[in-house]
Design a protein around this ligand. Sequence first.
Ligand code: ZN
Length: 189
Amino acid sequence: MDVWCAIRTHPKQAEELGNPIPQEPVFFLKSTSSVVSFGQIDTCGGDVHHEVELVLKLGDDLMPTEMALGLDLTKRSVQDRLKAGGLPWAEAKAFAGSTVIGDWVKYNPNAEYGLKINGNEVQRGSLVEMSWTPRELIDKLSNWAPIMKGDVLFTGTPAGVGPLVAGDAVTASLYLDGACIDTQSADCV
Ligand code: ZN
């Protein structure tokens, strides 16, 4: 299983980090060995930022069949340093426990999702607000990457990313037609 991630798919979030909005989708990889379940997040002394994302699992014809709540945890200061040097940012994105994936449910393109920290919603997004549809993202990726059934795709994060600190209670929620259909929680240490 490969873990693909799309970036800057939500225009407001790209703006928030001062990043230009790309003409074509841009992807990176996280390591399979960095994948964990919700439960506990190591904030690495407060450098880890949350990025809640909807994660798609590719089925036959490489179209999404299942979806899950995910956190693309990022060591932001490490990423900023590497970006400034024009260097690959794997150290900021593929450290132990950096790829959090919840339970898989049947895919629905109308899904919305959000992240609460200590009960306050800090991020909320949907697939329909993205610059590309999931199908467009997968089509573009498959133009150059040998993606396969079983691979997963982090679809990018909406605005509101920020740091986690020890003691934070994190809750990610998945919504369909306004109703919550899944909740995943983690405690920060
Ligand atoms: Zn991300």
